[in-house]
Design a protein around this ligand. Sequence first.
Ligand code: IMP
Ligand code: MG
Length: 175
Amino acid sequence: MVATPHKILFSREQIAAEVNRLGQEISQDYGDREIILIGVLKGSFLFIADLIREIDSPAVVDFVRLASYGSDTQSSGIIEFRKELEMPIRDRDCIIVEDIIDSGYTLECLYHKLLLQQPRSLKICTLIDKRGRREVAIDADYVGIRMEDGFIIGYGLDQDERYRNLPDIHLVEDV
Ligand code: IMP
Ligand code: MG
C-alpha cells in the first residue's frame, strides 16, 4: 500500500518542543548521575538522537532490537529479541527509549527482561503513548505526546519499513 500525502498529525515543531521538554525533565530528575539510554530499534533511532542532545546529565547509549510478530499494524504479543544490550546495566540508572507504546507487549517484555539484570533504576520514556489499544498495564515515566488510536508514520515510525524518514508524524487513514 502506498501512503501518499497523509495528514500531518504531529508537526516537526511540536515534536521538537516535546523532545526538548522531556530532555529538561530527565536532566532535572537525574542531575549529575550518568544515565544509560536504551534505545529500542529501529523505531526510536531519530527520537533518541534528538533526545540525547536535550539532556544535560551525563548519558551513554545502548540499543536493543526487538520485533513483534503480527500484521503491519497490530502486535501479536510474541516478541523476538534480535539484538541484546552490549553494556552491563547492573547498578546503573537506565531509561528505555521507545518510539511508541501501543498494546504494551513489547515494552512489558523488555522491561521485565532488563529488570533481571538488576539496574539501580529503570524508567521508560516514550515519544508517543497510544492509549486506546493498551492490553497490558504498563505506563511510561516520561511521555512526549498522548493519542488515543490510529496508525502513524514518520520520525522513525514505519509502515512496513517505509516512511521512517518523514520529518513530521502523519496519520495513515487507510489501514
Ligand atoms: P506494542 O508491543 O503493541 O506496544 O507495539 C509497539 C511497537 O509496535 C512499536 O515499537 C512500533 O514499532 C510498533 N507500532 C505500534 N503502533 C505503531 C504506529 O502507529 N506506527 C508505527 N509503528 C507502530
Ligand atoms: Mg518500535
